[in-house]
Ligand binder design. Structure first.
Ligand code: NAD
Length: 475
């Protein structure tokens, strides 16, 4: 803790987290490929030290009690707000998402909003039995040390989703940001640590090996993981060793179903942003859209018009609301899936190619029509700006299509008739089903996946319980 928060500019924030000159790994601007700065390359030994410090700090942090911890988290939220613009600029450059639109400023705003929600959500003891036979209550105690392992798409926000409830419940945290986006998370943690006591929150900037060690470490009591299903499986395996409790937010391939009678113009904007938020690099984005035959061409045309008209480019330019892919591997996945669909006879209505004039990692917003289940663009997670639109005639078939994959993070139903939409929603296998929207999250509404999209819930009271251990007080 280094005293009250003084707003720092982007350069000063960066200097706080960079290693000494000549050390570390260069991090590039996702849009321009210019060097932004250097990230420390923490080792397994650094991780061991961070975990030892977290373990040592935990009893005193827990002993502060809910009221004091919440007060500090509210101060931490104010500190984020005070640094919102430099944090958003750094995030925009490192991740690629524009400042404007539902992107970098939006993400930083969500960080303080989720910190405040974690600080203020009440969690009362639950009276289980209270009669002449017995008195028993359920209370929630800290788990201990939480390892928070994050992805590169919403690095700061997902970091806060893991960190804020964990701290509120009296745990200490060691966070391991993605190797693709370490600087924004390190900078955010530095801002939080102006408020928090020493050892309570440490960020370790390392590669997959450091992530694997964190998941398997005997000093970790709970792992909060957001990332791919493949890595999630490895973390489950690692937990056989340390018996760490797990919350796994894994990949998705969210389906949307547009029912007959829907007005294409009325839903087009929300459909578009449901799919293209963060340039498609969002876990719970709309990734395959099933549209009834009666409005298929109209929906495709509306989406294509929006894709063509929505400004894409360098994030610091206020005009842009779509950005590049964050990394070359992801660009390769999106290109390959779209090319493959085209090769199988799908109709690329708009986009369908990289946009090298904008920068090496840009790919045009793409709508692919006349495509079917079984095509990899439909069946695999594209995680980028390319939406396949599939025609259906029978709503039972659309429901079967939506449910046929082994993932189930989110889904959506679009209709002018809310009752009809709710009836279809009840048949979908997903952690959240939105009606006439896709991907909207609220800090008080639990979020989590089913099937291979993971297990455990984040946000709200359920989120607090998931970073605690239940204890029965009986008698
Ligand atoms: P990833 O699984 O490659 O990496 C995520 C993190 O895990 C990184 O920090 C990485 O260093 C670390 N890691 C790698 N190997 C590890 C191991 N063996 N043990 C422990 N940690 C390890 O995922 P990504 O490419 O960064 O993220 C994209 C994926 O995340 C997509 O599938 C997306 O759908 C998913 N995602 C899910 C949610 C959600 O809430 N469900 C949110 C965002 C992203």
């Amino acid at each position: 803790m280094s005293g009250p928060t003084q707003a720092l500019d982007e350069r000063t924030l960066l200097d706080r987290v960079q290693p000494p000159a000549g050390e570390g790994r260069e991090i590039l601007d996702a849009a321009t490929r210019e060097v932004i700065g250097r990230a420390p390359e923490h080792t397994v030994a650094d991780l061991d030290a961070a975990l030892a410090a977290a373990g040592a700090a935990q009893p005193a942090w827990a002993a502060l009690g809910h009221e004091r911890r919440s007060a500090l988290l509210l101060e931490a939220a104010d500190a984020i707000d005070a640094h919102a613009e430099p944090l958003a600029r750094l995030l925009s450059r490192e991740q690629g998402k524009p400042l404007n639109g539902p992107n970098a400023r939006f993400e930083v705003g969500a960080c303080s909003a989720w910190l405040r929600a974690a600080a203020t959500t009440p969690l009362e003891p639950e009276v289980l039995v209270d009669d002449e036979s017995a008195h028993a209550e359920l209370v929630y105690r800290p788990v201990g040390v939480v390892g928070a392992i994050g992805p590169w798409n919403w690095p700061m926000m997902i970091g806060v989703w893991q960190i804020a409830p964990s701290l509120r419940m009296g745990n200490t945290v060691v966070a391991k940001p993605s190797e693709h986006t370490p600087l924004s998370v390190l900078a955010m943690v530095a801002v939080l640590n102006d408020v928090l006591p020493d050892g309570v929150l440490t960020a370790v900037s390392g590669d997959r090996e450091v992530g694997a060690r964190l998941a398997a470490h005997p000093g970790v009591d709970k792992v909060m993981f957001t990332g791919s299903t493949a890595t999630g499986r490895r973390i489950v395996e690692a937990s056989a060793g340390n018996l760490a409790r797990l919350t796994l937010e894994l990949g998705g391939n969210d389906a949307g179903i547009v029912l007959p009678g829907t007005d294409p113009k009325a839903v087009a904007q929300d459909l578009f942003w449901g799919a293209f938020i963060n340039t498609g690099q969002t876990c719970a984005a709309l990734k395959r859209l099933y549209v009834h035959d009666s409005l298929y061409e109209d929906v495709v045309a509306e989406l294509a018009a929006l894709a063509a008209a929505t400004p894409m480019g360098v994030g610091l330019d206020e005009d842009n609301v779509l950005g590049p892919l964050q990394n070359a591997q992801q660009l390769e996945i999106v290109s390959r899936l779209v090319d493959d669909a085209r090769g199988r006879g799908a109709r690329v209505v708009v986009g369908g190619e990289p946009a090298p004039e904008l920068g090496p990692l840009f790919y045009r917003a793409t709508i692919v029509a006349d495509v079917a289940d079984g095509v990899p663009l439909v069946d695999e997670e594209q995680f980028g700006p390319a939406l396949p639109v599939i025609r259906y005639t029978d709503v039972d078939d659309a429901v079967a299509s939506a449910n046929r994959l082994d993932v189930g993070l989110g889904a959506s139903v679009w209709s002018a008739d809310r009752d009809e939409a709710r009836a279809v929603a009840a048949r979908l296998q997903a952690g959240t089903v939105w009606i006439n929207g896709h991907g909207g999250l609220h800090p008080m509404v639990p979020f989590g996946g089913v099937k291979s999209s993971g297990y455990g819930l984040e946000f709200g009271v359920e989120g607090l319980k998931s970073v605690a251990v239940p204890q029965v007080i009986s008698g």
